[in-house]
Design a protein around this ligand. Structure first.
Ligand code: PGA
Length: 256
């Protein structure tokens, strides 16, 4: 399986800044066949960047979209509008769950809408600090995973990417801590178990599982060595071009 390195730019960069960043990144990194590099700019930058990106080198990802294809939904962008323009979409990020009020039901509809429109979902799941403290991590992971995948048919599970992002490890969260490889490894095993229960071992092993939470160039290697981890979802560090390029280099070395 390829190693996935996804840069989630969140609400950062103007369209011009995003375009300059992409231009520089395309010049800086070679075409690595075994590393799938993905960048996720704001919705407004997707169209211009889709014309600029070299898809042999990297792929384009939306940070969100709405589950209905058209209609009276002021302010929304649909997957049918993004179809052909983006390769991936991040769905169920903790910032959307906890700041924008998305629940598993909406997330499941978004996953289904993305698949229907040939956009590959990166479904984010992860427990909060207090859920972990109360010993609820396994339940939360199981619920978010089965909830988010509830509208995905067996045939479509290979199209899904899962990202485990413990909310307490995300760099912008107050008092964020680094997740240890053991903590991550345990949850990744659980994710594979749940996928196996639903879809069977053969299909489950085809689903890439990424880790995200305060990833940078110095810890990327250790996180990529965790058994069952197929890549990284990078927030803050992806905004710094040299740091993101270094993470891609680490992924290239680890995947050799
Ligand atoms: P971080 O963000 O790398 O800044 O912790 C990760 C994410 O929220 O996807």
């Amino acid at each position: 399986m390829k190693t996935y390195i996804v840069g989630n730019w969140k609400l950062n960069f103007t369209v011009g800044e995003a375009s300059i960043y992409l231009h520089k990144l395309l010049r800086k990194i070679p075409n690595y066949r075994d590393v799938e590099v993905v960048v996720a700019p704001s919705t407004i930058a997707l169209q211009p960047l889709s014309l600029q990106i070299d898809r042999h080198k990297m792929k384009l990802c939306a940070q969100n979209a709405f589950y209905r294809d058209y209609g009276a939904f002021t302010g929304e962008t649909s997957f049918s509008q993004l179809r052909g323009m983006v390769d991936y979409v991040i769905i169920g990020h903790s910032e959307r769950r906890y700041i924008l009020g998305e629940n598993d039901k909406m997330i499941a509809k978004k996953v289904a809408a993305a698949v229907r429109n040939r956009v590959r979902p990166i479904l984010c799941i992860g427990e909060t600090e207090s859920e972990r403290a109360f010993g609820e991590t396994a339940d939360v992971i199981r619920d978010q995973l089965t909830g988010g995948l509830s509208e995905v048919a067996d045939d479509d599970i290979e199209k899904i990417v899962i990202a485990y992002e413990p909310v307490w490890a995300i760099s912008s969260v107050k008092g964020a801590k680094l997740a240890s490889p053991d903590e991550i490894g345990e949850v990744v095993k659980l994710i594979r178990r749940v996928l196996t229960d639903i879809y069977g071992a053969k299909l489950a092993e085809k689903v890439p599982v990424l880790f995200g939470g305060s990833v940078n160039a110095s810890n990327a290697g250790a996180y990529l060595m965790i058994p069952g981890v197929n890549g990284l979802l990078v927030g803050g560090a992806s905004l710094i071009l040299s740091e993101f390029a270094d993470i891609i280099e680490v992924a290239k070395k680890v995947s050799q």
